[in-house]
Structures are given as C-alpha cells and as structure tokens.
Ligand binder design. Structure first.
Ligand SMILES: C/C(=C\C[C@@]12O[C@]1(C)C(=O)c1ccccc1C2=O)CCC[C@H](C)CCC[C@H](C)CCCC(C)C
Length: 167
C-alpha cells in the first residue's frame, strides 16, 4: 500500500523534473532564435536532434495559437514556457488532498497527456527527427498522470471508476 504522502512526493519530483526539462526547451528555443551559433545539448547527431523541432512552427503555441490568432499574438509563447507554468501548477496542486483540487489536478494531467499525443504525432510525422527533450516530457507527463490518478482513487475510494483490492 503506497502512502498518499509518498504519491504526492513522487508527483512533486516529476513536476520538478518536468519544469527543468521545459525550462531547457524554453532556453534552447529562444537561444536558437537569437543566436545563429547556438547549439542545444540535445543535438546529438543526424536524426537525433531537437533543433528542427524547436525551430518548427509547432514550437510556439503548439502551432495552433499562431494558426488561429496570428503568429504575433501575445500569448503565442514557446511550448517550453507553457510547460514551465504547467509543471509549477502541478507542483503546487500536489500539496493538497482536497477532492476538488485533486480533480483539477487530474484533468490537467489528462490535458497534458492529450497535448503529449498531439506533439508526439507532429514530432514523428511532420518534424521527423528524434527530439530527446520532447520525449522526456512525454514520459514525465505519462508517469505523472499515473500518480495523479492513483492519488485520486485513493481519495475517492470506489467512486470515479476506481477499483479497490478485494472488489
Ligand atoms: C517542453 C514541452 C514540449 C516539447 C516540445 O514542445 C517542444 C519544445 C517543441 O518544440 C516541439 C515541436 C514539434 C513537435 C513536438 C515538440 C515538443 O514536444 C512542454 C510540454 C508542455 C506540456 C505538455 C504542457 C501541457 C499544458 C496543458 C495543455 C495545460 C496548460 C494549462 C497551464 C498553463 C495551467
């Protein structure tokens, strides 16, 4: 039986890791824009590099904000920045065991995994290069969703479609 406090601890560790990876993506994205000599650490070799992803139209506002509202709208920010905000919010929400807050945390985790699926499809079929920083965020989002959903089940017992041992 995993303690609730342990689950919250694991969520915090993943949120912290996600924040660091997203911060690096943000740093690399903006550096690539401003410095023609900048080379990200995740540019390892042919097909294993992140610059093509970071320099693609999908690196800002998921490629959707710019398409809908125009590239220059103020909230068309790099995905890395959205990620930094998202991981900060998940970190803060993991301090609470309030049912409403945990539900919010759960739906946020589902939204982040929906964007993971979208970004992974774009990465594989449009960008066509292996971006390790991107992959890392996908793994972090998946593990976080598992932790958050087990936290939610622990708090709501048999409701919300959660299975309990012995049922
Ligand atoms: C570093 C990061 C994603 C990596 C990457 O985006 C990068 C950098 C990119 O350039 C790219 C280009 C082409 C294809 C794929 C990619 C990516 O893969 C961030 C995840 C963000 C996470 C998935 C946030 C989800 C947010 C929720 C939808 C809710 C937002 C609400 C909050 C602001 C409170």
């Amino acid at each position: 039986m995993v303690e609730l406090s342990t689950i919250n601890m694991i969520i915090k560790i993943y949120a912290l890791a996600g924040f660091c990876v997203a911060a690096y993506a943000f740093y690399a994205e903006t550096s690539l824009e401003n410095d023609p000599d900048f080379k990200p650490l995740c540019d390892i070799r042919d097909y294993v590099n992140c610059s093509p992803a970071f320099q693609s139209p999908y690196a800002k506002g998921f490629g959707i904000v710019g398409y809908v509202f125009g590239e220059d709208v103020f909230f068309n920010v790099p995905n890395g920045l959205v990620g930094m905000i998202f991981y900060t919010v998940s970190f803060l929400l993991s301090f609470s065991n309030n049912e409403k807050i945990v539900n919010a945390q759960y739906y946020l985790a589902i939204a982040s995994n929906a964007s993971t699926v979208y970004l992974a499809i774009v990465l594989a079929f449009v960008v066509g290069e292996l971006c390790l920083v991107c992959l890392t965020t996908y793994v972090i989002n998946a593990v976080s969703l598992l932790c958050v959903s087990s936290k939610r089940c622990r708090l709501t017992r048999n409701r919300n479609g959660c299975k309990t041992k012995g049922d």
